[in-house]
Design a protein around this ligand. Structure first.
Ligand code: CA
Length: 239
């Protein structure tokens, strides 16, 4: 029998957590509930889940602080995090993504929407593990070890940026539209805005530092990773 994906729900409101858990259980997922960061850490120390649903507003450590902590921890950094937020403001969404969340979903959300997002992050995780290392110029990405390096120097990279870079490097020199990237990298873009791509490209460039100029913005078309970027002067400032 296929293993049921474990979903750690970090949510202090028991009514919401219970509702989510019931729906997940009915759809073949194995929910575990933690009411705060301390309880969640205990669960993570015991068994790693396949995905974490993380509420933004929690007693004690906030969801954003927890996301940042778990991303910095070698044991938990590969576990996808889906932020649950009651806030609709763009800066808050970006703060969540900056903290290392893979995606966010704004309350109130439908069960269908939540399930679609969970399945999307689960799907995105799986395939790239088997692939071999790829190099473009001095930039190397090794999918097997999840490492990225520039001129032999290891770079610290978030999970979504890694997948995005993996795709761009394996399909270099071609221009990809935002919707193509959503389709190929995110897998299920029904509920993800195209602006999300821009946010992650920006973060990817920042992560890559000088190698960030290999990723070109092609006005009106999308993005391209190239071994021969246009003259540095035409690369837009990153801040
Ligand atoms: Ca809450």
């Amino acid at each position: 029998m296929k293993k049921q994906p474990r979903v750690l729900i970090v949510e202090d409101e028991s009514a919401i957590a219970e509702l989510i858990a019931v729906n997940l259980r009915h759809n073949g997922l194995a929910p575990i509930w933690a009411e705060d960061g301390v309880a969640a850490q205990r669960e993570l120390d015991a068994v790693l889940p396949d995905v974490i649903l993380l509420d933004w507003m929690l007693p004690g450590q906030s969801g954003v602080a927890l996301a940042r902590k778990w991303r910095a921890d070698a044991r938990t950094k590969g576990v996808p995090i889906l932020m649950l937020t009651a806030r609709g403001d763009e800066p808050d969404k970006i703060a969540g993504l900056d903290a290392g969340a893979d995606d966010y979903i704004t309350k109130p959300f439908s069960t269908q929407e939540l399930l679609a997002r969970i399945r999307a992050v689960l799907r995105r995780r799986a395939p790239e593990q088997l692939e071999e290392a790829v190099s473009i110029g001095d930039l190397t990405l090794d999918a097997a070890t999840h490492r990225v390096s520039w001129k032999g120097q290891a770079l610290k990279i978030g999970p979504t940026e890694f997948k995005l870079l993996n795709y761009l490097m394996r399909h270099a020199e071609r221009v990809h539209s935002r919707s193509q990237l959503l389709d190929k990298v995110w897998g299920d873009h029904v509920f993800i805005e195209e602006r999300t791509v821009d946010v992650h490209v920006k973060r990817l460039r920042e992560t890559l530092g000088p190698a960030g100029q290999l990723i070109e913005t092609v006005r009106g078309a999308g993005y391209r990773l190239t071994a021969q970027p246009a003259v540095a002067a035409s690369v837009p400032a990153r801040h």
